[in-house]
Design a protein around this ligand. Structure first.
Ligand SMILES: [Mg+2]
Length: 257
């Protein structure tokens, strides 16, 4: 009998929600086109300032191999994708015989372009509606900055894995999100696209969660490419929380028209 009911997700208790933490990448904008764009800008910059590194990075599989190498050697930096990327750039410069001191400037080029996102069509209306009703806090493992992206006005605060030293699904980052929102974890709702990092992580930390599961084909991917670690996690078991297919549906679930 219990087995039959165990898979039914707990309904959202909207009355209990006093603040919302929101994931960013693949929740408010598709991350792969953003990263591809930023990598292209980085290559443009290298072509001018470090042509040998540019040529090396353009070789099939080189960037992916070096990033894997850096990730393996710096497991302690897994929460800091920016630091990993900067180190990968430095290594490419070294191997190509270019000046490794260019890594900081090169990374700055990448990071600036990484803020040039194209929001999902439902993101802005949802941010407007949600922010009018609840304090919003950005909670991301990535290195987007809501201020630089241009949506800072909707957020009371931002919590990023690189800044706080732990990444989702670690319960500590959700508790820091609650702190930033000024509410206890039980009064916080977390919304994100990743079943494990967002939904299950939030539930395990004592938050309510909504899993944003956009339909297949609506979130562009970049198969086979090395990236910031936004690999889709196959949920072993679906998180026990409500699922919405877009942010408009989230607003509906929250009782907003
Ligand atoms: Mg995400």
């Amino acid at each position: 009998m219990t087995g039959a009911t165990a898979s039914v997700p707990a309904p959202l208790d909207v009355a209990r929600v006093r603040a919302i933490t929101l994931d960013l990448d693949d929740t408010l904008w598709p991350v792969w086109p953003t990263i591809a764009h930023a990598e292209a800008r980085l290559q443009d910059w290298l072509a001018v300032h470090a042509p040998a590194a540019c040529a090396l990075a353009a070789q099939q599989g080189v960037v992916r191999r070096i990033r894997a190498e850096v990730q393996a050697e710096h497991a302690g930096l897994a929460h800091d994708l920016g630091a990993l990327r900067r180190e990968a750039i430095r290594r490419i410069l070294v191997r190509a015989g270019d000046d490794p001191a260019l890594a900081d400037a090169a990374y700055a080029v990448f990071l600036a372009a990484r803020q040039e996102v194209t929001l999902f069509g439902d993101a802005l209306p949802a941010l407007q509606a949600l922010a009018a009703r609840w304090p919003l806090v950005a909670l991301s493992n990535g290195n987007a900055d809501v201020q630089r992206v241009g949506i800072g006005r909707f957020f009371q605060a931002s919590v990023s894995a690189a800044d706080v030293g732990v990444a989702k699904p670690d319960a500590r980052i959700f508790r820091l999100g609650a702190e930033a929102a000024g509410v206890p974890p039980g009064a916080l709702l977390h919304v994100g696209d990743d079943a494990l990092l967002d939904a299950q992580g939030a539930l395990d930390a004592g938050l309510q969660a909504v899993w944003l599961r956009r339909p297949p084909g609506t979130v562009p991917g970049r198969p086979g490419a090395a990236h910031d670690g936004h690999v889709p996690h196959a949920p072993g078991a679906a998180p026990s929380c409500p699922v919405v297919s877009d942010l408009q549906a989230l607003c509906g679930l929250m009782g907003l028209a």
